[in-house]
Write a protein that binds this ligand. Structure first.
Ligand code: NYM
Length: 212
């Protein structure tokens, strides 16, 4: 194969605790790739704009109460409802920078005491990321960053537990980024890693599925 017809966009996922800097870095990566002329979009989960996303948002802002299993499945459903669009974008050559994905889903729900394998099950069959970058920050440091916004889960003890589950989920392919470094240094590291990934997907690296 020449590789040309298999060229596709890259599925790039940013993970990390609340206040680890994922959202700022997503924006920076988006404009970097844009500037280089690569088609790219920035996505995030939960996507609060869909009907399911509105239920999630209301739960996160404490306007509604839901059973732990129920909210877990809603977060997963929120990814499933975007799955076909995600695949279409990637196949048409657009790269996606995604702020949180299935790993957030499993880490946050497991930290509440749900069984980790039960948490992974509804994620099976979603597209697997080509790259996971983990913005690594001690929970105490993250908590110091201007405090938390007051949404559900934004508490130090809970975040410590989430960090443990992220560690269990991580594999050697994850790029661990020291999120305590200045924003610009974090950005420089991430730009290089992301570009490598975009180039390898352009060359036709096959798309795979969770759970890996
Ligand atoms: N969260 C996010 C989950 O509990 N499960 C999921 O599947 C996802 C995608 O939602 N504290 C949690 C993590 C965050 C919260 O995310 C809202 P954000 O990035 O602050 O909008």
């Amino acid at each position: 194969s020449t590789g040309q017809s298999d060229a596709r966009g890259a599925l790039i996922v940013l993970e990390g605790l609340d206040r680890s800097g994922k959202t700022s870095q997503s924006a920076r990566l988006l404009s970097h790739l844009n500037g280089l002329g690569y088609p790219v979009e920035s996505w995030r989960f939960p996507d609060r704009d869909t009907a399911v996303g509105k239920m999630i948002s209301s739960y996160l802002t404490n306007q509604s109460q839901l059973d732990d299993h129920t909210i877990h499945l809603l977060f997963s459903a929120n990814r499933w409802e975007k799955r076909s669009l995600m695949e279409a974008k990637l196949k048409s050559g657009t790269s996606l920078i995604v702020d949180r994905y299935s790993y957030s889903g499993v880490a946050f729900s497991s930290a509440k005491g749900l069984d980790i394998e039960w948490c992974k099950a509804p994620e099976v069959g979603l597209l697997a990321p080509d790259l996971v970058m983990y913005l690594n920050i001690p929970p105490e440091k993250a908590a110091e960053r201007g405090g938390y916004g007051g949404e559900r889960y934004e508490q130090l003890e809970f975040q410590k537990s989430v960090a443990k589950y992220y560690e269990m989920l991580s594999d050697p392919s994850w790029k661990m980024i020291d999120a305590c470094l200045p924003l610009e240094d974090v950005e420089e590291q991430m730009k290089e890693i992301v570009l490598d990934c975009v180039v390898s997907c352009q060359k036709g690296k096959p798309l795979t599925h969770l759970w890996l």
